[in-house]
Design a protein around this ligand. Sequence first.
Ligand code: ASP
Length: 335
Amino acid sequence: MGDRRRFLQASLLAAGAAALPTIAAKPTSTGARVVSTWDFGVGANRAAWKVLDGGGSALDAVEAGARWAEADLCNPTVGRCGNPDRDGVLTLDASIMDGDGRCGAVAALEDVAHPVSVARAVMEKTPHVMLVGEGAQQFALSQGFAKTPLLTDEARRAWREWLRTSEYQPQINAERQSRPGDKSNHDTLGILALDAQGRLAGACTTSGMAWKMHGRVGDSPIVGAGLYVDNEVGAATASGVGEEMVRNAASFLVVELMRQGRSPTQACREAIERVVRKRPEASKRLQVCFLAMNRAGEVGAFALHKGFVYALQDGGTGPHDRLHEAASVYATEQT
Ligand code: ASP
């Protein structure tokens, strides 16, 4: 893979801010819109849009979108079809945040199908922000969530196959296919919504890095790393190798850069540049992607490596209903 990677560092410095594509808010009847990471964001957006289009809240919309992704039977990186850790255990991470600062999260949750809804219950029904592992599962069961063995036969097969080498090697944008045969070993559904009342919310849900150490927690359930939302400014979410987001408090950083006046794309780009500056060599071998929306509904994204796509839905027609590819620091070809 290394041989085929081309490093376009110059693009970092050369790309002027004016050249960066921020998708301007396009007036719809309500101004509502939703954006989600990756190609599976299209389905998540559809579920979220039903809520927004019916006058529902951004919070309900992002939960509906995340639930859709968690139930998707073709996705080896999110929810019930996720790949397990190196011990063969599927553990799920999720968070949800409202623009008023309320938030909830679960990490390393086992055998509960909708971690995003458990995260919302943590937010609404406990004095806490995050529950992990056994405690998160106990809480979920106490709230009426069912305990269901989630590891699919396909995921178990993929794990057995992985055991042959037992090599932990995060991929950069593995070519996604419907199961069987999807080789993606990490990705996250990050979803941000603005509702007709001008409220923002976001959610993040993932099975994390395939073949991770048992007990490893990524950025997605960590508020400020994988997700941050502030009605005063905007919202940001992330996908990619979560350790980088945690190191940089990345989603919080993106929102704070927007607070200082950056467009969503500029903010995402500066946060990506921070990742490169901190770990220039490592950043060539791993993917990090940011997606942001400001309170005016403008959307932007930026990634370390080429290939990060996100979906936008605002009820309009044309490009606003399609997948968009984010600009990136490196142009990396698929393996
Ligand atoms: N951010 C996720 C994690 O580190 C994985 C991903 O989005 O690719 O768990």
